[in-house]
Design a protein around this ligand. Structure first.
Ligand SMILES: [Zn+2]
Length: 278
C-alpha cells in the first residue's frame, strides 16, 4: 500500500539518465508511488516503458504539453542536449490522435496529459493551436475513459470554458488533476464543479502565495506532486528534485491546514487512488 502518491513527476526525463532506477527505488522503498508524466510523443512512450518495469507503484500519463504544440523553449532536463531533441523543440509536434489513443489504452497509463493551455511564454498566434490540441486530448481521454492531467498557466478562463463546453466528455467526480494549481478561488470553484482535483508541489514550501487556495480547496480535493526534476522543496531548493521529496510537500500542506502529516498523506493518497484508479 502506498503511503503517499507523487501524482506528477518526470523521472523518465533526461535529468535522470544516469540514475533513474535509484531515484525510483528510493521512493518505492518509502512506500511512495509515482506517476511519470509525458509531455510529447517520446516522453509519453518513455513514461510507459519505465512503468512496465515495475509490477506496481510506477505509472504513466501520455500527452502533448501545450508548449510543445509549437516551437518552444528547449529544456535539456527534459529531452537532453542531442540534435534531435533540439530540432524537435524548434518545430513542435503535430498531434496524432490515433497514436495517442493507442498509447492511452496501455494498462499502466492512468491519465491523459500533460495537456492544457500555457500563455506564459507564448506567441499570441499559438493560442488557437493550443486550444485545438487540448480539445483533441479531451477526446482521447473520453475515448479511453481516463482522467486528464492538466497543465495551465495564465489561461484559466479559456481552459475552463473549453472544459465546460465539453462537460459531457469528462468523467463525473474524477475528471482529472489540475497540476500545480495557480488560478484564483473563482477558477478553483469552476474546476471543482467540473470534477477536478488540484495538485501542489515544492513551491508551497518556500512561497506563501498558494496558502489561501490550499485552504479554500481543502483535503477532499488535494493531491501531492513533485514535478521533479523541477522546483525542489525548501531544503533542496535549486537542486534536482525527486519523488522522495514529496514528503516535504505533505508536511507543509499539513502545516498550512493545521493538521498532521499522516492525515494529509492518507487523504491525498485516497484521492489519488480514486482519480487514477491505482
Ligand atoms: Zn510537469
Amino acid at each position: 500500500m502506498p503511503k503517499i502518491i507523487d501524482v506528477h513527476t518526470h523521472t523518465h526525463f533526461a535529468a535522470y539518465k544516469d540514475d533513474m532506477r535509484d531515484v525510483i527505488n528510493r521512493a518505492l522503498e518509502k512506500d511512495i508511488w509515482l506517476v511519470n508524466v509525458g509531455t510529447q510523443r517520446d516522453t509519453s512512450l518513455g513514461a510507459i516503458k519505465v512503468a512496465e518495469e515495475y509490477k506496481e507503484g510506477v505509472y504513466a500519463t501520455i500527452g502533448l504539453h501545450p508548449i510543445h504544440t509549437a516551437e518552444s523553449y528547449h529544456d535539456e532536463k527534459e529531452l537532453g542536449g542531442g540534435e534531435a531533441a533540439k530540432s524537435f523543440t524548434s518545430r513542435g509536434e503535430e498531434f496524432d490522435a490515433d497514436f495517442y489513443v493507442k498509447m492511452a489504452q496501455h494498462e499502466k497509463v492512468v491519465a491523459i496529459g500533460e495537456c492544457g493551455l500555457d500563455y506564459y511564454r507564448l506567441d499570441e498566434n499559438t493560442k488557437e493551436k493550443q486550444a485545438e490540441v487540448f480539445l483533441e486530448q479531451v477526446e482521447v481521454a473520453h475515448t479511453v475513459n481516463k482522467p486528464l492531467m492538466i497543465h495551465c498557466r495564465n489561461a484559466f478562463p479559456d481552459l475552463i470554458k473549453i472544459l465546460e463546453e465539453n462537460r459531457n466528455k469528462l468523467i463525473e467526480n474524477k475528471a482529472g488533476i489540475t497540476h500545480f494549481f495557480t488560478g484564483t478561488p473563482e477558477d478553483a470553484k469552476g474546476l471543482k464543479k467540473l470534477g477536478f482535483y488540484f495538485s501542489f508541489g515544492g513551491v508551497v514550501t518556500f512561497a506563501r502565495d498558494y496558502d489561501e487556495a490550499i485552504k479554500e480547496i481543502g483535503l477532499e480535493r488535494i493531491v501531492l506532486e513533485t514535478d521533479a526534476p523541477y522546483v525542489a522543496p525548501a531544503p533542496f531548493r535549486g537542486k534536482r528534485n525527486e519523488p522522495l521529496y514529496v514528503n516535504y510537500v505533505a508536511e507543509k500542506i499539513a502545516e498550512i491546514l493545521s493538521t498532521d502529516v499522516e492525515e494529509v498523506a492518507e487523504r491525498t493518497t485516497t484521492n489519488a487512488r480514486k482519480i487514477l484508479s491505482v
